[in-house]
Design a protein around this ligand. Structure first.
Ligand code: HEC
Length: 109
């Protein structure tokens, strides 16, 4: 056993030398502060805009909604269903008609 130890240590040293290994990154990362621009997108004032602000701005900005081309009620319903089923938006199906009406009311004409 005693005779094997130096050989084992040399093998270990050879393995851990790894001449091609990239240098470890310097660990001098300082906290960085960034200032994001203020949120300026908003639904129009009024009951339709308020309903949509309440239900549709938790995950994305209002202008992702208002910059869509004018859509039919069926297409807006499909969007609301997609938000609920694909993205797990907590939207009560009982409110779908109201949401679709609000979306039709605020969309560009
Ligand atoms: C739980 C989070 C969540 C909520 C709440 C939510 N959405 Fe979304 N929505 C998403 C995600 C995620 C995307 C995809 C974003 C992307 O592709 O960058 C998206 C995308 C969209 C788009 C872009 C087109 C598309 O079909 O992908 C529209 C329009 C939209 N949402 C409308 C709505 C409306 C209207 C409501 C409220 C009734 C709503 N969203 C609520 C998560 C949400």
């Amino acid at each position: 056993m005693r005779r094997l130890l130096p050989a084992a240590l040399m093998a270990l040293a050879a393995c851990s030398a790894e001449p091609d290994a990239p240098a470890a990154p310097a660990n001098d990362a300082a906290p960085v502060a960034i200032a994001l621009p203020a949120e300026t997108a908003a639904f129009p004032a009024g009951p339709a805009g308020e309903l949509l602000t309440q239900h549709c701005t938790a995950c994305h900005s209002a202008d992702l909604v208002t910059r869509q081309p004018p859509l039919t009620a069926e297409k807006w319903q499909a969007t609301v269903t997609k938000m609920r089923e694909a993205y797990h938006a907590p939207l009560d199906p009982a409110q779908d008609r109201q949401l679709v009406a609000a979306l039709l009311a605020v969309q560009p004409r």
